[in-house]
Design a binder for this molecule. Structure first.
Ligand code: UT7
Length: 333
């Protein structure tokens, strides 16, 4: 675990997101597995999710989100020094999805690489990028959370397939100053003793040729939901409290909490423990389900574009995912 506050201010200059067109509603899920809209809604808060088109890869979703963020930041791909893609569903095991994005954006001078920290990945990417900028060696960084989880979903497993969706969100980070908004505090952490409760067991070097139909390790998301739920609430509470304290904030002067969008019951539990009223908590999981590394990135962009955060507002982002990983950031917009 580490708490980091940049010496030189780093600000978010623009955000963007992209969701595939195809919607898959809970009603439509009822025809795929033995489930009901009522069960999914009451247990998770999810009503619908987006599914990438055939041939539309994680890098394609990431590129579209990136273009929106670059446009808002008022810079071109050629101005980028760093591109970091957070994903657990890369186009290929190698090269990094960020390299495809770099090419798509014509970002020739950017160093491009991926981070794998599951649902916390966007904040891990933020941590790395802000450090690179804060140290003074890089100026403009593009961080992206992008996932095509539909490609790693077991569509016969009602325990998991109703939960996930595809999408991408992005942010441009650049040098800030004391007056233009800045990242105030970040925390990232990992607990490798819990690798077995949320994972994609097949498809890595431990099981490089998994069968999608047969026995053995499968290339699908697998989760012990109840265990993850309990650990998620505790870790997200601790991570948010750490950055709130580090940034010198309190419940009163936080404008918005942007939590990872996995389950409305988890989000409500966090808000309750932080004594933050529900209207200060951003929720969009009813539209998109759990999009892992993309979720907080998409939520940040929507909150920004919907005018829910304005210059000078303090926000807190907090997430949790496979690894286990957890992360939080306090940001002055
Ligand atoms: O993003 C990374 C982090 N991930 C998370 O934070 C997810 C954390 N976990 C969760 O959100 C919840 O644990 C779930 C939504 C995954 C599950 O909710 P739950 O209240 O923990 O339900 P459960 O797994 O304990 O299952 C309760 C019942 C079971 O039936 P029995 O054994 O009680 O008869 C399941 O078989 O619900 C059944 N069930 C379903 N029923 C209808 C499980 N999935 C479904 C389904 N439709 N889709």
């Amino acid at each position: 675990m580490s708490i980091n506050t940049s010496n030189n201010p780093v600000k978010i200059a623009g955000t963007g997101s992209y969701l595939p067109e195809k919607e898959l509603t809970n009603k439509e899920m009822e025809a795929i597995v033995d489930t009901t809209d009522e069960w999914i809604t009451s247990r998770t808060g999810i009503k619908s999710r987006r599914i990438a088109a055939e041939g539309q890869n994680t890098s394609d979703l990431a590129t579209e989100a990136a273009k929106n963020a670059l446009e808002q930041a008022g810079i071109d791909g050629a101005d980028l020094d760093v591109i970091i893609v957070a994903t657990i569903t890369p186009d290929t095991l190698t090269p990094a999805t960020a390299c495809y994005v770099q090419h798509n954006l014509g970002a020739k001078k950017a160093v491009a690489f991926d981070v794998s920290a599951a649902c916390s990945g966007f904040l891990f990417a933020m941590e790395v990028a802000q450090r690179m900028i804060s140290d003074g060696n890089y100026e403009n960084a593009l961080i992206i959370g992008a996932e095509k989880l539909s490609a790693f979903t077991n569509w016969d497993d009602r325990n998991t397939c109703v939960l996930f969706g595809d999408g991408a969100g992005a942010a441009v980070l650049t040098r800030g100053d004391e007056t233009t908004g800045r990242i105030l505090a970040t925390q990232v952490g990992s607990d490798g003793s819990q690798t077995s409760i949320l994972n994609i067991p097949g498809g890595g070097s431990a099981c490089p040729k998994p069968s999608r139909d047969g026995e053995g390790e499968q290339p699908y998301l697998a989760m012990q939901g109840r265990e993850v739920f309990k650990l998620a609430v505790n870790a997200m509470k601790r991570a948010s409290e750490a950055v709130i304290e580090e940034a010198g904030l309190d419940a009163e002067n936080i404008k918005l909490i942007i939590p990872h969008q996995a389950n409305l019951r988890i989000i409500d539990a966090i808000a309750d423990r932080l004594t933050i009223p529900n209207e200060k908590v951003f929720v969009n999981l009813h539209k998109y389900g759990n999009t892992s590394a993309a979720a907080m990135a998409i939520a940040l962009d929507e909150a920004n574009r919907e005018g829910k955060i304005e210059r000078g507002d303090n926000i807190v982002m907090v997430g949790f995912g496979a690894g286990l990983t957890y992360a939080a950031a306090a940001i002055q917009w």
